[in-house]
Design a protein around this ligand. Sequence first.
Ligand code: UFG
Length: 338
Amino acid sequence: MRVLVSGGAGYIGSHTVIQLIAAGHDVLIVDNFANAKPTVVNRLEAITGRHLPVQAFDLRDVDKTEHLFAHEQLDAVIHFAGFKAVGESVEKPLEYYENNLGTTFSLVRAMRRHGVAKLVFSSSATVYGTDQESATEDRPTSATNPYGWTKVMQEQILRDVAVADPTMRIALLRYFNPVGAHESGTIGEDPTGIPNNLMPFIAQVAVGRREKLRVFGDDYDTPDGTGVRDYIHVEDLAAGHVAALARLARTDDPISTWNLGTGTGTSVLELLHAFERAVGRELPYEVVERRAGDIATSYADPSRAQAELGWVAKKSIDDMCADQWRWQSQNPEGYPDA
Ligand code: UFG
């Protein structure tokens, strides 16, 4: 298939591009580089050995999106583009709703006008709200912050589109906590500013960019008192997209929802200690207050994806830490600007 990958220069998008190419697909990346560096594309070309077409624009631009669909033959869209920082979404709710919903409106309108039926959408475990333990896909959705609501709303919009047009083939993929990097160490997550997420923060402590990890609370109702999450290697997550795309080509269901997680929870301290094993030394940390809005435990029930996609996450926590460390140690300051 020829696949438009929105946000294809971002963290999960870039890893998925590699696996799409490996699976025999062609890609067209659209990215406005709001949260990605153009050098990502050079590195993707080095890994894949292919020239990768890129269009740099904001998908909320309806005219540019229409122009693209009018001039390119496309079979499917994987829609990663979007803002994703929980805390920032509380500060800037309008920007989050406008950006995340606006790109989806524009893309789906163009898809329908040009008869492109297959869409894989980046959703999140955040749609399970405060009820994320052993989450199954039929659990009611809700959210606790504007970012989360944009995911809940986009899912609902896509469900409504699928009812109105049953020829659509839409996959809602609910990611748990993506971490790790491509095994080459040349592409990985490169957060702007101070990382919000645990794994990139630990990696920056290990490389000397941050003094110490702050563990947000050790009084949760979990085995060691720290928050438990379902960390999934970004390579496994990317493989889940390729599997979902294959499934859309053979299903009769206009819309399907799949959790992408390992089904196993890991605590903050367990992840820290796994990272210490990868680096070969202890890393400094202190326990501080809980972070507002955090829940104790989140992990997937991934059995539907296993049964219907024939997909299962294969990489261990030690693999995730080893690959994250290779990326961070080879690129201590992230991607270069040019
Ligand atoms: N944590 C720390 N210190 C840090 C950062 C995080 O102790 O510096 C802890 C958190 O309290 C939590 C765990 O590490 O217990 C994981 O936190 P992350 O910020 O890495 O991930 P979250 O589970 O909070 O959030 C992620 C995504 C969101 C998404 C959510 C889905 O970042 O986009 O999962 O539930 F909404």
